[in-house]
Write a protein that binds this ligand. Structure first.
Ligand code: SF4
Length: 263
């Protein structure tokens, strides 16, 4: 948190996470009820308090709001976002949707672009269900050994989905896949927590990842894309994290920016 970062949001996800913020067993239709024809830009879309708060990054009904750009145009747009128009301390955060779907094939072209040469740190925000291809593993390992005089780092921020997301355990908790990320860079797990059941599910999931050999840190994060939901829950989640020796992750964008699009 607090690190200057540029977010590259890819389109598409293998999940819907319609269970977030809903009573057990029920799925949200909040995003489904939004009429995509009424919107011409991403940032004017309504925020939702249930289901996936990034619905427009994977729901095909909103695809017209995501530009289709080649690597060169993306590199130009990213560097134009940087305060000094060149990489200094900024991270590149590649998020989604799920950024490790077929996009794995496109990243080398982007990262090899001359404007991306002095980038030092990349974080993939993933749901931890997508295997890395052998080609992409080789590429990322090489990427971290630049010929120039600085070090590079890759982080996998793995937001594994508990049953409260509405996704099935066997689809969402994939310890072997996540362990493989640790061969390439640093990986940590992050669980979104709303209820006592989520605490219990997180404990089971953590045990499964540890059993498979996962060595990274584990964070708990309160549910809440909107402030009213978030503030109900954050202290309880922090106390549970302290009690169990886990890390707590705040949602800095909620109090600061009210989770507006683009934050
Ligand atoms: S995995 Fe992430 S982007 Fe995909 S539906 Fe779930 S919360 Fe949304």
């Amino acid at each position: 948190m607090g690190v200057p970062s540029v977010f590259l949001r890819t389109f598409g996800c293998n999940f819907k996470c319609a269970g977030f913020g809903m009573p057990k067993g029920e799925l949200s239709n909040e995003a489904e009820n939004i009429n995509p024809d009424l919107y011409t830009e991403y940032k004017s879309l309504p925020l939702v308090s249930t289901g996936c708060d990034s619905y427009a990054s994977w729901d095909p009904r909103f695809k017209h709001l995501s530009p289709v750009l080649d690597s060169s145009a993306i590199a130009d747009a990213i560097v134009d976002t940087l305060p000094h128009k060149e990489w200094r301390d900024e991270h590149l955060v590649i998020t989604g949707g799920e950024p490790l779907l077929g996009w794995q094939r496109a990243y080398p072209d982007l990262l090899n672009h001359p404007k991306m040469k002095s980038l030092k740190e990349i974080t993939f925000e993933t749901n931890g269900t997508q295997e890395l291809s052998e080609e992409f593993i080789d590429y990322l390992v090489q990427w971290q050994m630049p010929d120039v005089d600085f070090e590079r780092e890759i982080t996998f921020s793995v937001s594994a989905k508990l049953p409260c997301s509405g996704e099935k355990w066997e689809d969402a908790i994939c310890p072997e896949i996540v362990c493989r990320y640790e061969d390439v860079g640093t990986a940590y797990l992050k669980f979104v927590i709303a209820t006592e059941q989520d605490f219990a599910d997180a404990e089971c999931a953590i045990a499964a990842y540890r059993k498979a050999g996962f060595k990274g840190h584990v964070y708990l994060m309160p549910v809440g894309g909107v402030e009213s939901v978030y503030t109900l829950n954050n202290r309880r989640v922090a106390e549970f994290a302290m009690k169990h020796g886990l890390r707590y992750s705040d949602r800095l964008q909620v109090p600061l920016f009210k989770n507006e699009w683009g934050t």
